[in-house]
Design a binder for this molecule. Sequence first.
Ligand code: IPD
Ligand code: CA
Ligand code: CA
Length: 261
Amino acid sequence: MVGSANLNIMIKAARRAGRALVKDFREVENLQVSMKGAGDFVSRADLNAETLIKEDLMGARPTYGWLGEEGGGAEGQDPTRRWIVDPLDGTTNFLHGLPHWAVSIALEHKGQIVAGVVFDPAKDEMFFAEKGAGAWMNESRLRVSGRSKMIEALFATGLPFGGRSDLPETLTEMARVAPACSGIRRWGAAALDLAYVAAGRYDGYWERRLNAWDIAAGLIILREAGGLAEPIEPEKDIVADGTIICANEALFSPLAKLVRG
Ligand code: IPD
Ligand code: CA
Ligand code: CA
């Protein structure tokens, strides 16, 4: 697929940050002796990746606004366009030496996500999409799964951690969904959860308490692959609310019904 100039800038930035993160990921294993040491190292890797991405994106489009997980937000001279960046989604996996994490970059225009890139450097999988141009992984066009029976479906979710107060809701949702399907995964990188629904690897995914940078890029990839997505409370906005239920067309309603209860 021939992408726009902006998409090419996003892909190049994701690859450069990905190369730096892969180097740091190899180091993490040597640092595991001291969790604090490893934790500080990963925070530095994360910050460094965001700096590289910001250099590339803001260097190429200096008038756009910026929202990054590490560096916060800033309105641009052009108030209609904004980069939304998670330099390292799946930090806990990265810290534990698990090769399942990604760089996530989205471009918003007038409040709509118009392009998204989710790059998994450990597996060399570049997921990307632009509005109206379909979703892709490397050279292959993506399409959500064709499964239509709940009992055959594999779903992903996120579990609250570190004493978060939304654990009871999530456990209730799990108790409703688990008996109805063939499995639930918690792989720990929301951007990849969305990309995997787009690729038909998962049939659906839901999670609460996410941030714009976790979902913006994955959301356009999912929608361009034919997936449906809504926030848990339907009248809200997914990116602003930070909750999501998504699936292929056939499984969206049954999954949403169980999650919403
Ligand atoms: C986290 C991951 C995880 C999700 C968390 C996010 P981070 O992002 O996407 O899957 O459950 O809510 O915060 O901290 O690794 O960038
Ligand atoms: Ca994240
Ligand atoms: Ca992150």
